[in-house]
Each structure stands twice: as C-alpha cells, then as structure tokens.
Design a protein around this ligand. Structure first.
Ligand SMILES: Nc1nc2c(ncn2[C@@H]2O[C@H](COP(=O)(O)OP(=O)(O)O)[C@@H](O)[C@H]2O)c(=O)[nH]1
Ligand SMILES: [Mg+2]
Length: 166
C-alpha cells in the first residue's frame, strides 16, 4: 500500500552506480516493478531516484544539490562490497537532511562495512545505517528512524536528530 501522493515530500536516494539505490527503494515499497539501470534523475510518487554517475562526475553535483531542495530526506548509499571514492563533503552541500546507508551487508564482512562508513564520513555524512535490501538485515532500524515506530503509513515530520543536518 502506498501513501497518498503528495502527502509528504519524497525521499531522495544518491550514491555510486550499483550501490543498490533502486533496489532499496523497491524494498521500501517506493518503486514498483523490475529494477533496471537508472539512466536519469527520476521523480517517482514518493521518491527521487538518481543515477550513480551523479556522485561520480563533478558537473552533476549541482543537479543533485538543486533537486535535494524537493526532498524531505536524502539517503546517501554506499555499497559495502566495493571501495568507491565518494566526493568529499558533498552531503554538506545538499539542501535536505542526509542519512548514510551502507548497503549489501549480506555480502560484506565487518571491516568492509567499516570501510564504507569511512567513505560516507569523508562525503560529509554523519548518521549512518547499514542494511541489506536482499536479506532485510538492518531495514527495521532504518525504516523506524525514517518513519517512526508507527511505520510508513503514519505521515509526520521526519525526525532529524542533532548532527544529521547537511
Ligand atoms: N547481495 C545484495 N545485492 C544487492 C543489494 N542491493 C542491491 N543489490 C544488487 O546490486 C545491483 C545494483 O543494484 P541497483 O539497485 O540497480 O543499484 P543502483 O545503481 O544504485 O540503483 C543489482 O544486481 C542488485 O540486485 C543488497 O542489499 N545485497
Ligand atoms: Mg538505480
């Protein structure tokens, strides 16, 4: 079941190519159908999906910053299974609160998750969750933080703990 369109501002996902942005949106029931390569910045009913190239190519950073104005929260994803350099301090330039999400925890050992955390911190991210969209590990904590204990059906302001603002 999806919430009423327009009831809340969308969640935006950013992060490297293949980090699992579209898969996470699907696991959160915000994207429907088969996950294919995201070719362009896409406004969905309740989410903004972005291509990974946008965090890899500096001339796209501005598009991420401008579109983040529309978002209530940016999920900054980083794949635990591969080392990928993220742009220094990008999260601090975004115009919505940012939370880091380490993905593919099912594929990663503890040191790989720790490495992903360091990349996210380098990118200016302060609050970080770790999940697997496949096994569901960590999803409860992330969803509760985003939506509160009442779950996604409850509409309300996104909690923004101190230090989470970009
Ligand atoms: N094992 C595992 N694979 C994942 C996970 N999330 C995404 N993937 C896989 O990673 C690949 C890229 O995912 P996708 O969502 O398209 O990445 P995007 O480019 O960030 O949108 C796909 O083959 C997914 O099935 C995860 O949590 N665990
Ligand atoms: Mg995608």
């Amino acid at each position: 079941m999806s919430r009423a369109a327009g009831a809340t501002k969308p969640l935006m996902v950013i992060g490297p190519v293949g980090a699992g942005k579209s898969t996470l949106l699907k696991a959160m029931n915000l994207i429907h159908g088969e996950v294919k390569k995201t070719e362009a910045l896409t406004y969905l009913e309740e989410a903004i999906d972005t291509p990974g190239e946008m965090v890899a190519i500096p001339r796209f950073y501005n598009a991420l910053i401008l579109n983040s104005i529309r978002a209530r929260l940016v999920l900054f994803l980083m794949d635990a299974s591969r080392p990928i350099q993220l742009p220094s301090r990008l999260a601090l330039a975004l115009k919505a609160p940012v939370v880091g999400v380490i993905t593919k925890l099912d594929l990663a050992g503890g040191d790989q998750a720790a490495r992903a955390r360091r990349f996210l911190i380098h990118a200016g991210v302060k609050r970080i969750f770790a999940v697997s969209s496949i096994s569901g590990e960590g999803m409860k904590e992330l969803l509760e933080w985003i939506y509160g204990p009442a779950g996604p059906e409850a509409t309300g302001p996104v909690p923004s703990p101190p230090g989470c603002e970009g």
